[in-house]
Design a protein around this ligand. Structure first.
Ligand code: E4P
Length: 216
């Protein structure tokens, strides 16, 4: 399973990229708004840091508006790694169909059921993003959604890649990997949590102490 970073913060993206652990970035309007910077400027800067799929989301809720925004982004960002994030709506599916026909990659977002994921795939989406953390937040089993989608896509040889999204913990990442999600998009904080183990810290401390004890 590949790892993307789920942020629009370029410092976090740079740090995760320098560690060599990520190969793509997902943003959304909330993450962009948090940065208080121009949308195009941020996405352009991200494409200059990471050489992999970079998702940027449209705001319109109508097919025509989504396609217009997508083409505008494609023109302004001018980078083959750009992926257009489209909300899971009937109008969004129609936009995915049109963008796919033009050779533009799409990521259908806000997917909360296997039925939605199947529709997105059949519309031609490059990626689908089931939001497991937000399902957990309302007392449902987010990981079960990842299982349903991975089972269905495998059984029917569907090529659309599954991005496990709305990740809250390292356990989410590992469980999604075990179920066969293609990608997990992970906040920087969770990437850092994944680096930690108390026995690693204890081990380092002991190695250093033993080393120092024989130094003259
Ligand atoms: C994915 O593409 C989304 O940006 C993200 O995972 C949403 O996560 P949240 O539920 O933590 O906002």
């Amino acid at each position: 399973m590949k790892l993307f970073i789920d942020t629009a913060n370029v410092d976090e993206i740079r740090k995760a990229n320098d560690m060599g652990v990520i190969c793509g970035v997902t943003t959304n309007p909330s993450l962009i708004a948090k940065e208080g910077r121009d949308f195009i400027e941020v996405v352009k800067e991200i494409t200059s840091i990471v050489d992999g799929p970079i998702s940027a989301e449209v705001i319109s809720l109508e097919t025509e508006g989504m396609v217009k925004e997508a083409l505008d982004l494609v023109g302004k960002i001018n980078n083959p790694n750009l992926v257009i994030k489209i909300p899971m709506l009937p109008a969004g599916l129609a936009a995915v169909k049109q963008l796919t026909a033009k050779g533009i990659k799409t990521n259908v977002t806000l997917v909360f059921s296997a039925a939605q994921a199947l529709l997105a795939a059949r519309a031609g989406a490059t990626y689908v993003s089931p939001f497991l953390g937000r399902l957990d937040d309302i007392g449902q089993d987010g990981m079960n959604l990842i299982k349903e989608i991975t089972d269905i896509f495998k059984m029917h040889a569907i090529e659309t890649e599954i991005i496990a999204a709305s990740i809250r913990t390292p356990i989410h990442v590992i469980d999604a990997a075990r179920l066969g999600a293609d990608i997990a998009t992970v906040p920087y904080k969770v990437i850092m949590q994944m680096t930690k183990h108390p026995l690693t810290d204890i081990g380092i401390e002991r190695f250093l102490k033993d080393w120092e004890s024989v130094q003259k």
